[in-house]
Write a protein that binds this ligand. Structure first.
Ligand code: IVH
Length: 669
């Protein structure tokens, strides 16, 4: 392909990918399968590698992240990023509005918006291309988080329509609740402590060094404020709607996320509506923001030292109720992790009746110093289950029975264990403890694992209770007759289940490996192991050193993998699954060679032509292995710019050959 046609093809692919992206993320519509979408991205990536002069910063391939930013630079805001004055009182909103009426000329119009509980961001665009994204910081200076913001799908990298040549748009980045819960589930799976709330997690995510992780976490945005010297419109409301035409995700009036009103009644209706309905939103808000619409009137009203006079935030009171702690029960997860749950005297909170609250782990029980019949304070945040935030000591009797964390499994009575440095206690009786058996099977059939259509948690419970299955491998011996005879199972659903099991035999190896439910082997680790070893037999045979030599596989994971295979019962299960025809090796990818067979590489630094991940991928498709640290076993260190001096020294001390990106490309020729 010549340069001209490559450029034309790159432009076409960018346009098409952006269109699908917008449809999916802005309008929740999808006209293309995930697979075909990925193919377009791969095609674009290939062309960009071949023609790096056309690898634009605004290309949708940048959404995937990958670069490491060692230190976030400080950036001075062109327009200071102020905060808002807050109130919890409706009367103060009325007073504020009266003051405005006195102090401004002409009729006033107000815009009401949600107060998003996320992280404030200012994003600068030059000639329609995202140039820089900066956090609020202290309001004068913030941190440059451009690489991470580029991965957020609803933040456009390239604008459409008649945008100003140089402007900044501000708004909020946040964690959608669904993504936040998924992230916490994954953390429990790998034995890490859950994140406390979506806002702090969004803030932490935005400051991560690895933009790839940011890309995977699924942050979202609402942009609500334009700043610049040649803005096309005279009011806030119209400007925000205009920004929607340029491609931004704005608080859409169609969903009542933003209104324009000229009366205090209009403002109050908006406040009351969202106070009642905020729990239905897929993200957290902590109030309502009211702004004067007209830019000239805003200018006239001006600012106090900290905040504009033309805007105010009405904050919702976090609803907190008190109720009686009746007892504590303990749930056993699929990995045997024990979660304590408080059983409460039912109480109304945020429009629902609350009977249970999460207590997270034994440390939390200790911290709260709980006793039976304590009067506890319960709050509902972003979590699905509300949490206990404190005890009303004045109303509680400390001589009541103190809650002590259990020492035996509530289901199978095996003494519990706590691994040093971890927050959860575990029941070690993994093969016989019923909730662990059921939990493992439920994990195995899950959407991200074997994705078995026609089989749900309830059916798994029945199948285990009737002793038709004892492990996920037994699923594949089930017959139509066995299934159809279960309660509430019609012919069609039995047929679906059997077909679903059959179809799961095509699930690729890395997902099978994830489905096995080996502790600490989440989706990402499963992919790394599958790529590194190619088959289950190789993983089973791998020594500890070979395991930890795989990129991103640490000692904890390596021990867990080895323990899994040392258990004879697990070997039997794998054997049964193999006989059933489950995929236990990686299908060879196109372009696979064994040019680098037996060679171990450490890739470090920043590269000119390829990203670090692309280089690692090339090593693996050509039969080599990636390791994360240099040892005497390393054959080559593939060094880019900014590789740390300590690594260089270690390589030369151990006599490991250091090669450049160009040397590497030559090795593949
Ligand atoms: S306007 C000059 N609108 O609240 C003030 N802020 O206390 C410009 N926030 O840092 C802010 N939702 O992070 C505005 N609809 C909204 C908002 C909002 C959330 C946050 C923002 C800001 C803080 C101000």
């Amino acid at each position: 392909m010549n340069k001209d046609s490559a450029k034309a093809e790159i432009d076409r692919l960018i346009f098409e990918i952006n269109r699908y992206n917008d449809l999916y993320y802005m309008e929740s519509k999808s006209e293309i399968s995930d697979y075909d979408f990925d193919l377009l991205l791969v095609e674009l990536q290939k062309l960009e590698t071949q023609f790096p002069e056309f690898a634009y910063d605004y290309s949708p391939t940048k959404r995937i992240g990958g670069g490491i930013t060692k230190k976030l630079d400080a950036v001075v805001h062109r327009f200071p990023m102020l905060s808002l004055s807050n109130t919890y009182s409706e009367d103060e909103i009325i007073e504020w509005e009266n003051r405005l009426k006195k102090n401004s000329e002409g009729k006033l119009e107000y815009v009401c918006e949600l107060k998003y509980d996320g992280v404030a961001i200012g994003i600068q665009y030059e000639n329609g291309i995202l140039k820089q994204a900066v956090t609020r910081g202290d309001g004068t200076k913030g941190e440059n988080v451009t690489a991470n913001v580029r991965t957020i799908r609803t933040v456009p990298l390239q604008l459409k329509g008649d945008f100003p040549s140089d402007f900044e748009i501000r708004g909020e980045l946040f964690f959608p609740l669904k993504k936040f819960h998924e992230l916490n589930e994954q953390r429990i799976d790998i034995g890490e402590e859950e994140f406390a709330n979506p806002r702090n997690t969004a803030s932490g995510t935005l400051k991560l060094q690895d933009s790839k992780i940011v890309s995977e976490r699924g942050l979202d945005s609402y942009l609500y404020g334009l700043y610049g010297y040649d803005l096309p419109l005279e009011g806030h409301y119209e400007s925000v709607l205009k920004a929607q035409e340029w491609g931004f995700k704005i608080p859409d009036p169609k969903n009542n996320l933003m209104i324009k009103t000229d009366s205090i009644n209009g403002i109050m209706d908006f406040i009351h509506y969202w106070d009642k309905n905020r729990s239905k939103l897929p993200f957290e808000i902590d109030g309502i923001v009211i702004k004067v619409n007209d830019y000239l009137q805003q200018q006239e009203l001006g600012f106090t030292a900290k905040s504009p006079r033309w805007a105010i935030a009405y904050k919702f009171k976090t609803e907190r109720v008190e109720t009686v702690l009746e007892s504590v029960s303990y749930q056993v997860g699929r990995t045997g992790a024990i979660t304590p749950v408080a059983n409460l005297k039912p109480v109304q909170l945020g429009g629902t009746t609350v009977k249970r609250a999460s207590l997270y782990n034994s440390d939390q029980i200790q911290k709260l110093n709980l006793h039976i019949n304590d009067i506890v304070q319960v709050e509902k945040g972003g979590e699905i289950i509300p949490k206990i935030v404190g005890v009303n000591k004045d109303k509680s009797d400390q001589s009541n029975l103190k809650i002590e964390f259990i020492d035996k499994c509530p289901e199978c009575y095996t003494p519990l264990k706590r691994i040093e440095g971890e927050v959860h206690h575990y029941c070690p009786n993994e093969l016989l403890c019923p909730p662990q058996i059921k939990g493992r099977i439920e994990h195995f059939i899950g959407r991200k694992a074997m994705n078995i259509d026609g089989l749900g948690a309830e059916t798994v419970d029945v199948l285990v209770e009737k002793r038709l299955i004892n492990s996920y491998a037994d699923l594949y011996s089930l017959t139509f007759d066995q299934v159809v005879n279960l309660e509430r199972m019609a012919d069609k659903s039995a047929d679906n289940l059997i077909k679903g099991l059959e179809a799961s035999k095509n699930i690729p190896f890395e997902r099978v490996l994830f489905a096995l439910g080996i502790r600490y082997v989440g989706e990402t680790v499963a992919k790394k192991l599958a790529k590194g070893f190619k088959s289950i037999d190789n993983i089973q045979k791998a020594t500890f050193d070979e395991l930890v030599n795989v990129d991103e596989i640490g000692e904890k994971i390596a021990i867990s993998v080895q323990q899994f295979f040392l258990n004879e019962k697990n070997s039997e299960i794998i054997h049964k699954l193999k006989n059933a025809g489950i995929q236990f090796s990686l299908k060879e990818k196109e372009g696979t060679t064994d040019r680098l067979k037996g060679l171990i590489f450490v890739v470090s630094g920043v590269f000119k032509t390829f990203s670090r991940d692309e280089l690692k991928e090339a090593i693996e498709t050509n039969g080599g292995k990636n390791a994360s640290s240099i040892s005497s076993k390393t054959n080559y260190v593939l060094a880019g710019e900014n590789m740390g001096p300590a690594k260089l020294k270690k390589a030369s001390d151990l006599g490991v050959q250091i090669i450049s990106e160009d040397d590497f490309i030559d090795m593949l020729k």
